[in-house]
Write a protein that binds this ligand. Sequence first.
Ligand code: EPU
Length: 426
Amino acid sequence: MATSGFLIKGFSNRKPLEGLLRVTGAKNAVLKAQAASVLFKDKILLRNVPFIKDVGKMNELLEDLGVVVEQKGKRSFSFNAPKVLKTDLNSSAAKLFRSSVVLSGPILAREGKVRFPHPGGCVIGQRPIDVFLDAFQKMGAELKIQGPFYELKAKKLKGTEIFFKAQSVTATETVMMTAVLVNGITVLHNCACEPEIACLAKFLNSAGANIIGAGTHTIIVRGGNVLMSGVFNTPPDRIEAGTFAVIAALCGKNLKIANCDPSQMGAVLRALSEVGASVEKGKNCLLIKGPRALRPTDVKTNAYPGFSTDLQAPFSVVLTQAKGRSLLFETIFEGRLNYLSDLKRMGANIVACDPHRAIITGPTRLTGRETKSPDLRAGLAFLIAGMVADGDSLVNNAYNIDRGYEKIEERLNAVGANIKRIINNE
Ligand code: EPU
């Protein structure tokens, strides 16, 4: 089977990156808006859609359910759900990415049943779905587990009060969407507060839903409204913008990051300032300049507005170049530091304390190596490490990077990087 990888020429002794990096639409926002299409009676239009693999996979899943997906402009797509949806999620597509689970609730609410496999996605920990299943059962669904498949049935779901066991982004979004079609009032406690949740609620409200409190820990949905049609403008991807900010601090000179929302990036911008980078904020843009010598800092991931777990891996490369000891503390996912062993192979001085904590001592020269992208964000960390390293690096499994970053090599090469996509015949 042919797979692709990225061959990266190390940045040392080369010119710094310069120019403009434009941020695309947010993966973790658009995927939920795509899924929301099954709540609507009529067509919806999604604008500023990024061309990433996960969006394609979600389209595939929706088309398999009977939704008509059409491209309407350069970055606009319409979605038209059929009168009756298929209720079995296509297993091979659903198993490939976590967001497939977001469809479970809306299909259940609409058709009274749904069958889906345990969702796949980035290998960063166990990633259970107990919070979803518990909520569906509280709303009146019956659950059967058959091997890797979940089957939920409900004659009629009802609004109720739910206290989520964990603050989960996708569970909050899924149950909120489900509640929109369910008669009665649903009160959700201990919700996640990531900006993509408020963005989804705003979209649903603009089409007739009645959701209060999205973006806080308590969400109230007065359900049972009919959603006819709507337009969703995908917001800029705050994680992609943060990734670019890290790249700018390490390899940039006058590297401007455009089409972003700095107001959603407080934690990463603070961390960049702490390591000595200069951060200039515009309304929709950022100019980050790395210092001559980076300083160490401690990074602890947290739910929004804390330091995003999705930026932990890219930021670790900054810490390998900072003079002194930094503590990296991943609190959200228990498998999200595994990639560090590959950074060590590249020459980084890293001591793993336990599955959640590591000490990075820098600065260390990194040497180009062959790695394999284990998940989207660690893949990007390897790409960045390759840019900082001496010599050539090869990051295999480009698919995991393409899942969430659109044509990353072309965009970074346009500002001076040297990254080539190569095809491996395995
Ligand atoms: N959790 C449970 N039970 C559940 C659901 C979650 O215990 O049923 C736990 C998780 O194990 C984790 C914590 O809750 O410890 C938070 O996980 P969450 O459910 O919020 O993660 P997610 O919704 O699966 C989304 C993003 C991730 C991002 C996390 C955290 C999408 C599609 N994915 O995942 O994005 O890391 O929130 O912010 O929105 C990425 O973009 O690379 C990515 C992995």
